[in-house]
Design a protein around this ligand. Structure first.
Ligand SMILES: Cc1cc2nc3c(=O)[nH]c(=O)nc-3n(C[C@H](O)[C@H](O)[C@H](O)COP(=O)(O)O)c2cc1C
Length: 340
């Protein structure tokens, strides 16, 4: 079973579904002595299987795989219909139809079978905690389970289910919040406070994530007692990342100055660059993942093809202004500079 203290560099490249996470990125990060991650979200189980195999061709080092835990949708038909009406003008402008909504558990069972068969060193989970049986089966297969938590209550649930280690995700994190219940009020604790609370509660190894993009922030997180710092946004401009050209350009474009948490794109709170779509729909978008995500998929795809950073989600953490381009190995070396 992987022991984080055995990593040459106590840095984890966060899983980033939707494009940025690639076998090339995960392997390059792991080859640099840190821990790379594949993101299974939105992929088929077959594609995940292929990605794990491909990563193994590129590195002999450990890496992780991340899954979305299925959750009951909070959407009501009325709220979805009202949002679809609001988005109709966007769809007409882009020359596309809105996506169809349907139940989707992101192929949970099939992906778990892939993990049990291929046994990556680490499996992390977000949007909830796997149950005790699942945690036990993965543990028996030699896979270290990590559960992403955004509050002490969530940490309690994950630990009660047998999670051997946690990723403590703070409010400045890029992308989706791992919150188990997306309808719950947003966490009021900053990352340091949240980490302190959970660290006080448990001896389990804790990773820390959310808004860390500089060597000093990484060093600070480790000095507080985290076994590793997990960073996503810091790797978005890595050469090996699959970040699309519109997102890469937007991250460097001075017109984008801030990030915000919104459910406008996916129906679940997620942090991204403040752009026109977010400004227009943030206040009215309903809770409802995955349905809102499905509704907006064609709009976001059209904006990406058109090269329009105002029509699609550009997930990014609050520290995006400090990120660097370069190879993943260069980024790992840079981020590790102040670790003592
Ligand atoms: C583009 C992007 C996609 C993400 N996708 C996932 C994902 O698939 N699974 C997951 O657990 N976390 C995902 N996250 C959140 C990260 O795991 C991590 O919590 C976050 O990146 C930490 O904050 P930072 O971006 O400020 O470093 C994503 C983050 C970003 C920026």
């Amino acid at each position: 079973m992987l022991d984080f203290r055995a990593l040459r560099v106590p840095i984890v490249q966060a899983p980033m579904a939707g494009g940025p996470s690639t076998p090339e990125l995960a392997a390059a990060v792991s080859n640099a002595g840190a821990l790379g991650f594949l993101a299974a979200g939105y992929r088929t189980a077959e594609a995940l299987d292929e990605q794990i195999h491909r990563t193994r061709l590129l590195t002999g080092q450990p890496f992780g795989v991340n899954l979305f835990v299925p959750q009951p949708s909070a959407a009501t038909p009325e709220a979805l219909a009202a949002y679809a009406t609001e988005l109709a003008a966007d769809a007409a402008g882009a020359g596309v139809e809105l996506g169809h909504t349907h139940p989707d558990d992101d192929a949970w069972t099939a992906k778990l079978e892939v993990l049990l068969a291929l046994r990556p060193a680490v499996a992390s989970f977000t949007f909830g905690s796997p149950d005790a049986e699942t945690v036990g089966r993965l543990g028996d297969a030699g896979v270290l389970v990590l559960v992403t938590v955004t509050s002490l209550d969530e940490a309690r649930v994950a630990l009660a289910n047998g999670a051997p280690a946690l990723v403590v995700q703070g409010p400045l994190a890029g992308g989706h919040r791992g919150t188990f219940d997306p309808a719950a009020p947003p966490p009021s604790d900053d990352l340091d406070t949240l980490f302190g609370r959970i660290h006080h509660y448990t001896d389990a190894p804790l990773l820390v994530a959310g808004g860390l993009t500089t060597p000093a922030e990484v060093a600070h997180a480790l000095a507080r007692g985290a076994v590793a710092a997990q960073l996503g946004t810091a790797f978005l401009l890595a050469r090996e990342a699959g970040t699309n050209p519109v997102q890469r350009a937007a991250l460097l474009d001075p017109q984008f100055t801030e990030t915000a948490v919104t459910r406008a794109f996916s129906g679940r709170p997620a942090r991204g660059l403040v752009n026109d779509f977010l400004r227009r729909h943030d206040a009215t978008a309903p809770l409802g993942y995955p349905e809102v995500n499905q509704l907006t998929t064609p709009l976001r795809a059209a904006a990406t093809v058109a090269g329009d950073p105002h029509g699609t989600n550009v997930w990014a953490g609050a520290g995006f202004r400090s990120i660097r381009s370069g190879s993943a190995a260069e980024i790992v070396r840079h981020l590790a500079k102040e670790i003592v």
